[in-house]
Design a protein around this ligand. Sequence first.
Ligand SMILES: Cc1cc2nc3c(=O)[nH]c(=O)nc-3n(C[C@H](O)[C@H](O)[C@H](O)COP(=O)(O)O)c2cc1C
Length: 324
Amino acid sequence: MNIPQLQIAHMVPRVPIIQGGMGVAISLSGLAAAVANAGGIGIISGTGISIDEMIAHIRRAREMTNGKGYIGVNVLFAMNDFAEKIKAAMQEKVDFIISGAGFSRDMYAWGREYGIPVISIVSSAKLAKLAERLGASAVVVEGFEAGGHLGTDRPLFDILPEVIEAVTIPVVAAGGILTGKDVSLAIRMGAVGVQMGTRFVASEECDAPLSFKQKYVDCQEGDTVLVKTTVGLQGRAIRNNFTKVIEGDKKRKIEKCHDCLKNCSYRFCTLESLLMSVNGDVENGLVFAGSRVAEIKEILPVQVIINTIMDEYYAAGIAAEQAF
Ligand SMILES: Cc1cc2nc3c(=O)[nH]c(=O)nc-3n(C[C@H](O)[C@H](O)[C@H](O)COP(=O)(O)O)c2cc1C
């Protein structure tokens, strides 16, 4: 089974794998450049870092890839500085922009103004159609298996065929993709490629600290829970002291409000909780992770992860052809 060429706007990566944008400070230049160098598409998350830091990471990633790999920027739509960050990334001429947990009409207009492709993450055929109408170059359809904030309670492979049927732009599958067999299934269903987050966190090049990656590797089946963050969405995270403290409607004192969200419930501080975990306190901080995190047993170099996935992909294709 040959691998179809993923093409989104001007991008034609060697492998049809996009590394999902992961805030806060999980996917920066280190991870994004490693994925781009391994033939995929890297994404720097601009969420929870300053504009200057984001620009520095975009430039560093360009240096690390000798200007050859494809690097995009993801910013959480719920953040107050969303517009400012997206425009700053566009001025830096990133390969594309992708918004997390929502999108607006404006970002497509900015994309046209700066000549930068815009991709949207959607969790239904209805939103995919809207994104296409507004001018999206592609959509990433994310199922409830994904780590981070979620837009649905439905599994990826239930939503994927509906989205593929609804739009003519490229569709990328995300949420619970871990092996080449998963990639093979997504592509056979009509996706042009996949977006993966969780598997890339447990990589040597991921920008998160070792304690965060180790938390992934130590995870057992059933260790993820859904938490309602102050963004107003459910998010999938690893069960720890933090998830116990904020269980149900319980609150945790906000030490210092950063006034970072357009609409905040103020039940606790999502940003502080995420910063706490990337600063090494993975018990009292929020550790987002996908539903299949327990299957990850090792922290590996990105190139090894991608090679393994591609080997599994070809093996899955041969198995499917033989079964036929
Ligand atoms: C630690 C972590 C942080 C994430 N942060 C964001 C984010 O800031 N913005 C976003 O759009 N998606 C975010 N995601 C979702 C990923 O970009 C990706 O779509 C998702 O991880 C795919 O599912 P998987 O984790 O099962 O591979 C995050 C995921 C993880 C695991």
